[in-house]
Design a binder for this molecule. Structure first.
Ligand code: VGL
Ligand code: ZN
Length: 286
């Protein structure tokens, strides 16, 4: 009789062990997302808003995918997707040159003040060359960037009267894309951010991700900036805000850190009595 109880006990302990390992692994593979920001023709050196060496992020991003794809629960591609008369285009502002700035005024509902209006927000807008116009080749993803049909695509900047650098919110914080919901659906806790441009869309996406509570990594050599000065200040501000700036050569350490954190976290919420049973078992039978 005692022997049977002992056997049942031993088998169930083994099952617990296997269950523990499986649930830990699920946590590991269930929590990290790779965000690829605006790797589109428009931002490549031959595009309408060329970013210096913008094409050089592609092999770095592809390399990260090749090595760590199975550790990402989600890969998201954001896509700058503008109306042909988008408010951020210098061409829509008489006498204004590309790369100059203007102030855009919005009322409390987030509507652009074009005539008399109760101004609630003044947003400084950099005026860009016409770029990433929706449904054009210029707005397509770079042909060489590795994509899979399970990747999620998040379009942004499609409201004609407001710009949107972040892949989460427009520049006034008036409206939100589906990105946060998609990440939460997959229980994502950490985001690895790559893409273009470091001083605009990567920067604002990283800051919003941090504010929303994600653990944020920006892979610096998998990004490029539009301009030197804004790139330096963006990197400084991200570091100040607790965003991790890493190099692709450090990715193996980062992924290891994130996955072992997963095990620890899982262990700390694992029912305590299983440990007690396990320890008792070892003391009694070994
Ligand atoms: C971006 C400027 C204008 C970007 C988008 O993707 O960083 N920059 N639109
Ligand atoms: Zn844009």
């Amino acid at each position: 009789m005692f022997y049977i109880v002992q056997r049942i006990y031993e088998v169930s302990m083994r099952c617990f062990g296997v269950l523990f390992i499986i649930t830990s692994l699920q946590v590991i593979s269930g929590r990290i997302a790779l965000l690829v920001i605006d790797v589109q023709n428009c931002f490549l050196p031959t595009g309408s808003l060329p970013v210096n060496d913008g094409d050089q992020v592609i092999p770095v991003i592809n390399g990260i995918r090749q090595q760590y794809d199975n550790l990402f629960s989600l890969v998201v591609f954001s896509q700058d997707w503008h109306c042909s008369d988008h408010i951020s285009f210098a061409s829509q502002h008489d006498g204004k040159n590309s790369y100059s700035t203007t102030i855009l005024q919005y009322d409390n509902t987030g509507k652009l003040c074009e005539s008399t209006c109760d101004v609630q927000y003044n947003l400084t807008q950099v005026l860009w060359p016409d770029h990433c116009i929706k449904n054009t080749t210029d707005a397509e993803f770079a042909v060489n960037v590795t994509r899979s049909n399970t990747d999620v695509i998040v379009k942004k900047g499609y409201h004609c009267k407001i710009d949107s650098y972040s892949a989460f919110f427009d520049n006034g914080g008036f409206s939100q894309t589906e990105l946060d919901v998609k990440l939460k659906e997959k229980d994502i806790k950490s985001v690895i951010i790559t893409g273009l441009a470091l001083d605009y869309c990567v920067f604002y996406t990283a800051k919003d991700a941090k504010r929303l509570g994600y653990n944020v990594y920006v892979v610096q050599d998998a990004t490029r900036g539009v301009e030197e000065g804004t790139t330096v200040s963006a990197v400084r501000e991200m570091k100040d805000q607790g965003i991790n700036i890493v190099q692709s050569s450090e990715m193996s350490r980062v992924m290891q850190q994130l996955t072992s954190a997963g095990i620890l976290l899982r262990y700390s919420v694992y029912p305590w009595y299983i440990s007690v049973i396990g320890i008792t078992h070892i003391l009694l039978y070994h």
